[in-house]
Design a protein around this ligand. Sequence first.
Ligand code: NAD
Ligand code: UGA
Length: 480
Amino acid sequence: MVKICCIGAGYVGGPTMAVIALKCPNIQVAVVDISTARINAWNSDTLPIYEPGLDEVVKKCRGKNLSFSTDVEKHVAESDIVFVSVNTPTKTQGLGAGKAADLTYWESAARMIADVAKSNKIVVEKSTVPVKTAEAIEKILTHNSKGINFSILSNPEFLAEGTAISDLLNPDRVLIGGRETPEGKKAIEALRDVYAHWVPVDRILCTNLWSAELSKLAANAFLAQRISSVNAMSALCEATGADVSQVAHAVGKDTRIGPKFLNASVGFGGSCFQKDILNLVYICECNGLPEVATYWKQVIKVNDYQKTRFVNQIVSSMFNTVSGKKIAVLGFAFKKDTGDTRETPAIDVCKGLIGDKAKLSIYDPQVNQDQIQRDLSMKKFDWDHPVHLQPMSPTSVKDVSVVWDAYTATKDAHGICILTEWDEFKNLDYQKIFNDMQKPAFVFDGRNVVDAEKLRKIGFIVYSIGKPLDDWLKDMPAVA
Ligand code: NAD
Ligand code: UGA
């Protein structure tokens, strides 16, 4: 029986391995991690991540051909194929700080594989890594190999959170990069056979190692660039009276452009877009391509601009001060259907409002108080480390309360900011909310989820990203 081990039981390792176990009953899959808390959660009824459909898949396979363990070395030693799906954060210190990928966790995993291996292994890069990482990993493995053969493959993951299970069950493509040697081709075949249990072979793309590594960074850069493009347009729409939804619809109707990923927002978040683009920028700079680096850097700059613009709009609309005012924040996760808050735009928006002395009352259906307090007190980039290695926040952030329903959050508030597009925010009783708020009552919709006309009829002053501005807002222009 083929044995697979995955190092890293996170958002990628957990769901990916659960789906492999589901679709390949003849393969034994072990997911291992250095975090005991994470592994305990994977073995409990409350999984460590919220992902629609994940519970069912895990329940079907756990205890059969899927296991979760902290016994990293044992499972690695026993496996034929080892996936590595560990954190690859942005470096915070030293060479390339603020841009380059920190490969500490990857390197330590590779050294451990070399130490414990007693048989030949295929080592699969599942984490997103800089192009040419496989060369470095190969060096670590072969220098410590004791005669064991290691074949390195790049198999980047394209799942999106919130839709991870359906993305994994029905991927647009699976990408496998390997060496163009007989051993490399054999390794590619072996991994292709795993995916071929459920993915049509014409969707399994095989390339050289560097193309696979770079394609992952490129795909995320292209996706993020679309969002920054439409967000840049949203600013122009507000200035001109155009409506960004209508513009995006018209643009997306061109089959060469397509309709997806053109929703204007308060900014993109998530663990990867910013990190991967910064990494791409660094690689361009290292390869003597400053113009290319500047081009991609602009995608991040526009994203930061969008968040700042949103905060400025709130403050300027409310008579240029939010000091002491209660602002309800609806949604903290970086998108709906996930409890993930990594690089969520809510962090920057909340920090901006706190900077102007607002009192925040935050509600998100999937994010708890502890997480929100950690996010608001942690330094940039510190979140992307195994949980038990993250610096603890010494004190909780004052002037922030976290509540468990939208009505409590909005009671007596001066304004509401919608920062995540949770479906339940569309259908709240906004008349009741209006009655219980201070007047004038404002709604700042960073995701275009509410029916702005309906809310205006109730009496709200409404700001919707990229939409024609209310007269009130026109009279209170945001100047940074
Ligand atoms: P994560 O933080 O959820 O999980 C990583 C896990 O690796 C953690 O549980 C950590 O404890 C563990 N770990 C770190 N070093 C280890 C070691 N030496 N031995 C054993 N376990 C170790 O991260 P994630 O979101 O799953 O991302 C993992 C990688 O996949 C990153 O490179 C990321 O860029 C990439 N990726 C993420 C997504 C996503 O949607 N989250 C999608 C595609 C690719
Ligand atoms: C993204 C990619 O979509 C995945 O293919 C990739 O595997 C993953 O990053 C990764 O490498 O980590 P994810 O971050 O989970 O997935 O979620 P997305 O759906 O891409 O959303 C990212 C951010 O962009 C969210 O904050 C979302 O609200 C925002 N977004 C998305 C918009 O503002 N507008 C859109 O039209 C689409």
